[in-house]
Design a protein around this ligand. Structure first.
Ligand SMILES: Nc1nc2c(ncn2[C@@H]2O[C@H](COP(=O)(O)OP(=O)(O)OP(=O)(O)O)[C@@H](O)[C@H]2O)c(=O)[nH]1
Ligand SMILES: [Mg+2]
Length: 218
């Protein structure tokens, strides 16, 4: 089994981190990228034995990419730190990449009660359709739980440092001829106050970032 580094972009997730970091798959190590938290997230993460990386530049992509650059394992995964996703599910993702069935595995969120507000779900469904059209990948979600080989990810040379990072990854993978697989994953209500999907403004900004990337890809 190959070693796996899991990158957790983290902005004020101290309440969620213990639960998240307790669910790591075997042969994996957590890299928590603290993106300017003021709630002691970094200390909570460090106490569990996770590597803590500090990224002062705000933005999901800035945090995710700093984690990728800090990783050393042959396999790297990304997972939100708000306890909405279960890192243990990455074990199955790893197998697909190890077996050569996929270069990138994406988690398609299967929401539990109250996990995913309607406007966010609708925006995501439209986005997934646009990705299918642009890439031919049969994706149904642009989920944040994902796994690939570290050197492959670095070779994509992603430049988005905001919410477009996960989309840019899929579009760049398509241009590079990667095989992309999607697997269902559980999606629970986040711990802590919502920052993006719970607010219409956050959703609108995310959709705008993503539309720009899709236009550039076309
Ligand atoms: N929003 C946001 N999240 C960040 C940032 N840096 C790191 N993160 C982390 O990125 C992950 C995803 O962000 P979330 O706020 O959960 O985004 P979301 O799932 O679309 O929306 P909510 O869960 O409703 O807030 C979380 O672990 C955040 O703590 C940042 O600058 N902005
Ligand atoms: Mg979330």
């Amino acid at each position: 089994m190959e070693r796996l580094d899991i990158v957790f972009p983290c902005l004020n997730e101290a309440a969620a981190l213990p639960r998240v970091l307790d669910r790591l798959p075997p042969h994996s190590h957590a890299i928590v990228v603290d993106n300017g938290s003021t709630d002691g997230s970094a200390a909570v993460a460090a106490a569990t034995g996770a590597t803590v990386v500090t990224e002062t530049r705000r933005g999901f992509g800035a945090a995710a990419h700093a984690g990728l650059l800090a990783a050393t394992a042959p396999l790297v995964a990304f997972c939100d730190a708000d306890a909405s996703l279960d890192p243990a599910e990455l074990d199955g993702f790893r197998r697909l990449v190890e077996d050569g069935e996929a270069d990138l595995v994406l988690g398609a969120r299967r929401p539990g009660r109250g996990a995913w507000p309607l406007h966010a779900r609708a925006a995501n469904a439209i986005l997934a359709r646009r990705i299918r059209r642009a890439t031919g990948y049969p994706v149904t979600d642009l989920g944040p739980l994902r796994l690939a080989r570290r050197e492959d990810l670095l070779a994509l040379a992603l430049t988005d440092r905001r919410s477009g990072y996960p989309l840019e990854m899929v579009l760049a993978a398509s241009r590079a001829g990667w095989t992309v697989a999607e697997r269902p994953v559980a999606y629970a209500p986040r711990v802590g106050r919502s920052k993006v999907t719970g607010t219409v403004r956050g959703t609108v900004t995310a959709v705008r970032d993503m539309s720009r990337l899709l236009r550039a890809h076309a």
